[in-house]
Design a protein around this ligand. Structure first.
Ligand code: IPD
Length: 262
């Protein structure tokens, strides 16, 4: 398992260094994807290509799911889940909250995860059953925080209809918590939770590459990660917090979210 983590960390660091070096000249090259607000820069593509090449060289035959290139077919029960830049809009605007995220799944279970935040010089790592770390320091999420005192991170999708619903849900959450944060990167939100910088995170409609690595960082810090109504985390819904706060926020969200059954 540590071999997976070491390789994922080496590759995430190399991609992060490349992005930091090239961002000043290349970040403005932009295309849109699912909607006019959903952008991909030339460096998202370049970062994913570099990561794919390094994985294929070191682990030929493993499957790779990447945000920009989709999933390459393969027989292996090892799958790499790659977000070449999570927080692309921040990256585009020169904000530091963007990350390279690489998770390794074996038999459908994430066993190693790395979230590199190059502009901050922070690398979060986790291996299943072995804890979550920032640099050499072991991470523990905040515990014992009641909902009314919770700092809650969330995010919004790129589609207009989804955003309209998310706006109504967050309007119902805001009066009941300490405050809301919208950082612009799901991976960083979950790592922030692991480091005690926020208390909880929820979002409807994210992708496995957004939460793959950081989800393991969060759970290895002691947090619970899941969906609504007992479902596991999925592209439909991610909710994460220490036990206790998880249930309190869950029970509020199911009263507010019109898509609670999905
Ligand atoms: C996005 C970020 C954002 C979240 C969106 C994601 P991207 O990923 O994680 O925080 O709210 O749902 O799509 O597009 O920057 O890779």
């Amino acid at each position: 398992m540590n071999d997976f983590l070491r390789l994922a960390e080496d590759i995430a660091r190399e991609a992060g260094d490349m992005l930091l070096a090239k961002r000043p000249t290349m970040s403005a090259v932009v295309e849109t994807k699912s909607s006019p607000t959903d952008v991909v820069t030339a460096l998202d593509t370049a970062s994913e290509q570099l990561i794919r090449e390094r994985i294929e060289a070191a682990r030929p035959g493993d499957r790779i799911l990447g945000e920009e290139g989709g999933e390459a077919p393969g027989e292996s029960d090892v799958r790499w889940i790659v977000d070449p830049i999570d927080g692309t809009v921040n990256f585009l605007y020169g904000l530091p909250e963007w990350a390279v995220s690489i998770a390794v799944e074996v038999g459908g279970r994430v066993v190693a995860g790395v979230v590199n935040i190059p502009a901050r010089g922070e690398v979060f790592t986790a291996a299943l059953g072995e804890g979550a770390f920032l640099g050499g320091a072991r991470l523990r999420c905040n515990t014992g925080v009641p909902l009314a005192q919770a700092l809650v991170a969330t995010g919004f999708g790129y589609g207009q209809a989804r955003r309209a619903v998310q706006g109504r849900v967050v309007a119902g959450v805001l009066p009941r918590v300490r405050d809301i944060r919208r950082g612009g990167s799901c991976a960083i939100d979950l790592c922030s939770l692991a480091a005690g910088r926020v208390d909880a995170y929820y979002e409807r409609g994210i992708n496995p590459w957004d939460y793959g690595a950081a989800g393991l960082v969060a759970t290895e810090s002691g947090a619970r990660l899941g969906g609504l109504n007992g479902r596991p985390v999925s592209p439909d819904f991610a909710l994460c917090a220490a036990p206790g706060l998880f249930e309190e926020l869950h029970d509020l969200l199911v009263t507010l979210d019109p898509e609670r059954d999905a």
